[in-house]
Design a protein around this ligand. Structure first.
Ligand SMILES: Cc1cc2nc3c(=O)[nH]c(=O)nc-3n(C[C@H](O)[C@H](O)[C@H](O)COP(=O)(O)OP(=O)(O)OC[C@H]3O[C@@H](n4cnc5c(N)ncnc54)[C@H](O)[C@@H]3O)c2cc1C
Length: 692
């Protein structure tokens, strides 16, 4: 197991509420779609890794939101035989479907951390990009449909997934017997109404966070708050609440053209000094080096510091204030002064934006309790009161648990309410979801053919396009030499961080004269095979020239034996027996020895990668690296992410490689402009233009 990955059993215990019954995220803070999806995959990972197979045969999921679907997708991919999914409403992801007035972004709540501007969830299953909530639902549901079709062929006698929609009655007992009334739906046929009861081996409750308290309109329903008034004069709103939901609505009412996914870039994009101050402040807050109660004062200190860049932010914000609205923010009775709002658990950026809006005179805070009185005083109409008071989380769970299960899970639920710590950072290893588990499949792992398509992780298509252009040029150069033959290939593997793991990911299809296959997106260990050897040793690696005395068979066996020592097959196919020349060139990032990518080429001809050839390809690699950080347009940019320590030692003791050798690296003045190769399409502008 990798250092930094917690044991699966201990992760699973954080989700457990009773024997083989688990709850997904209901009591967590950090309620984002992305966090819930990561929690869902962590739960699926910990179930698959630590439960005996008899607890994984028939799994029930209650709740068809993003979390329920993602967990089901993970289990199906790993080979769980059968899943029943129950959803109370008439469709999957019902909250966000058709929600055109809310914008969601996978990482915006991590702002201003490095990597928080990355506009894709980058998940290996049910991935999505920032956009309207309705678009996100479409992306995820499309991926879900494709996944269901891929695991459940129309002719299959026993379905692998049953989806029940419109489930108006559902009760789970302590023995994990579920009774329900709903409509059984199948991707290939129309829904059939049915009522039934059945025992399950494991049950996951992914019922979300409950209904919003006292709010007549759900956060996700479309309304016109963000639109300019068509009547003359100002309209005054009362926003009641102090969590993220309330603050977002306050911002929409008071800031013109507010979009949650890009407002921070628009306001802070040319203010890197202020961004750095805020980044440091957030780290001290998260690291518990300052108390949340002091946050307002810290913001005050920033505002009064003439050099902080706060004045520029204030000007920008004032320029964006809407002239057609006014707002009153009603905070909770327990908050005895406005300053205390800043010690509540709303996200850091929303608290800072609230502070800036306050300084810009963008709203009036009040602690007065009586809504009628406030409305009377400010002339607010009934329909212009927005209540965002959180949700009743326990109620959502109790609705589906019968008395026996409520009793047996009572203590555990109470402790989860007090302190729930279901991890929202990735626990699984790179490529995990696309490798079926032998214990679930009931057969040994995997032929070489399937290895051509496994261990996939999200590969941004913009990265793939760009890398394909580059390796096509390299392949053209090899063609021009006339020595690479009619079965050579080139590709590039980018360094990819998945949770705490560093992997190498094939970033484009092979280009060359070969017909040998291997899908882009596959991940490989950073320490294995020729590419891994080049990566950990930070050196160019190739097959040495064959000597005049050496026989073909002798050389071939020696090369294959080297691949054995480098543990090639851990994640890859066997090396094709016809291969006689291999090359791997590490491409470094801006920091010395930080491996950004590894170019790989091989051929069935001998002695293809001569000194001159290696020098030329290495120069091409350096040029390639020098351009990455310069890529920046409104639609395409290279995004950095927080670095992970890269391994510097090989997998095992290598006795002596007989064919693979190092090539002295050519010194070159060209310097890479990025530390991570991660080019994404986006309509979301990066904070710092030009470089990461
Ligand atoms: C006010 C508010 C604002 C938010 N803002 C954001 C944001 O800006 N960005 C962001 O990323 N996330 C946001 N979130 C969080 C986001 O809504 C969730 O992370 C997301 O919906 C996925 O969570 P989920 O699948 O766990 O729950 P849900 O989406 O709530 O899904 C739970 C599902 O379970 C079903 N269900 C409930 N009870 C039963 C039952 N008895 N039987 C069967 N099915 C049942 C529900 O119908 C629902 O489909 C916000 C949440 C709230 C409440």
């Amino acid at each position: 197991m990798l250092v930094g990955i917690p044991p699966a059993k201990s992760v699973l215990s954080k989700f457990r509420i009773a024997n083989n019954a688990y709850v997904l995220g209901t009591f967590e803070t950090g309620l984002t779609i992305y966090n819930q999806q990561v929690r869902a995959l962590n739960l699926a990972w910990s179930m698959v890794e630590s439960l005996p197979t008899n607890k994984l045969r028939r799994v029930a999921r209650v709740g068809g939101g993003f979390a329920g679907l993602t967990a089901a997708a993970g289990l199906l991919h790993k080979g769980v035989e059968h899943i029943s999914l129950f959803e109370k409403l008439a469709t999957l992801c019902p909250l966000q479907q058709g929600s055109d007035t809310r914008w969601v972004h996978p990482r915006i709540y991590d702002w201003p951390d490095e990597g928080s501007d990355l506009p894709t969830a980058a998940l290996p299953l049910l991935n999505w990009d920032a956009g309207r909530a309705s678009d996100v639902a479409v992306q995820v549901l499309q991926a879900w449909d494709a996944l269901v079709r891929s695991v459940q062929l129309p002719a299959a006698k026993v379905p692998r997934i049953d989806v029940y929609l419109n489930v108006k009655h559902l009760r789970i007992g302590e023995t994990l017997q579920i009774e329900w009334v709903g409509e059984k739906s199948n991707i290939y046929s129309s829904p059939i109404a049915s009522g039934d009861k059945q025992r399950f081996d494991s049950v996951v409750l992914a019922v979300g966070f409950g209904m919003e308290r006292k709010s007549p309109v759900s956060y996700w329903r479309n309304e016109t708050l963000g639109q300019p008034e068509l009547d003359l004069g100002k309209r005054t709103y009362l926003v009641s609440g102090q969590g993220d939901g309330a603050l977002i609505d306050l911002f929409r009412i008071r800031i013109s053209r507010f979009r949650q996914d890009r407002i921070l870039v628009e306001l802070f994009g040319d203010n890197p000094g202020l961004l750095k101050i805020l980044r440091d402040l957030k780290h001290t807050l998260v690291g518990a080096r300052i108390k949340p109660e002091t946050l307002y004062q810290r913001f005050e200190d920033i505002a009064t510091d003439k050099h902080s860049g706060f004045d520029r932010l204030l000007d920008a914000l004032r320029n964006r204030l809407r002239a057609d609205t006014a707002a009153i923010l009603q905070t909770s009775r327990t908050v005895d002064s406005f300053k205390k709002v800043f010690s509540t658990p709303a996200s850091f950026q929303n608290r800072f934006l609230l502070f800036a809006l306050y300084r810009a005179g963008g709203f009036i805070p009040t602690r007065r309790e009586k809504v009628d009185r406030i409305c009377e005083e400010y002339g607010i109409k009934n329909g212009d009161v927005i209540r965002r008071h959180g949700t009743d989380r326990l109620e959502a769970l109790h609705e589906v648990m019968d008395n026996t299960l409520q009793r047996s899970s009572k203590r555990r639920l109470r402790s989860l309410q007090e302190q729930s710590q279901q991890p929202s950072n990735i626990c699984w290893e790179g490529g995990y979801w696309h490798v079926p588990l032998p214990k679930l499949k009931g057969q040994p792992l995997e032929s070489d053919t399937s290895k051509a398509k496994w261990r996939l992780e999200h590969l941004p298509s913009a990265t793939e396009v760009w890398v394909t252009g580059f390796i096509t040029a390299v392949a053209g150069y090899l063609d021009s030499l006339g020595t690479a033959g009619n079965d050579f290939r080139v590709t590039l593997h980018r360094t990819l961080y998945v949770g705490v793991e560093v992997t190498l990911q094939q970033a484009a299809s092979y280009v060359g004269t070969t017909t040998r296959i291997g899908d882009p997106g596959r991940t490989f260990a950073f320490t294995n095979a020729t590419i891994g050897y080049a990566a950990v040793m930070r050196q160019i690696v190739r097959s040495r020239p064959r000597t005049a005395k050496e026989k073909d068979e002798e050389y071939r066996k020696a090369l294959q034996s080297d691949m054995g020592q480098l543990q090639l097959t851990k994640h890859s196919q066997q090396m094709y027996e016809g291969v006689r020349s291999v090359l791997a060139i590490p491409v470094f990032g801006r920091q010395p020895k930080n491996v950004l990518a590894v170019l790989f080429a091989d051929s069935t001809r001998f002695n293809v990668f001569t000194d001159n050839c290696v020098m030329a390809i290495n120069m091409m690699c350096q040029r390639f690296a020098s351009q990455i950080g310069k890529i920046h347009s409104d639609r395409v940019a290279n995004f950095s992410v927080p670095p992970v320590h890269q391994p510097t030692t090989t997998i095992s003791k290598i006795a002596k490689l007989r064919v693979i050798e190092f090539v002295a690296q050519q010194r070159s003045a060209i310097v890479a402009t990025a530390n991570y190769l991660n080019i994404e399409f986006t309509d979301f502008l990066t904070v710092q233009k030009g470089e990461d």
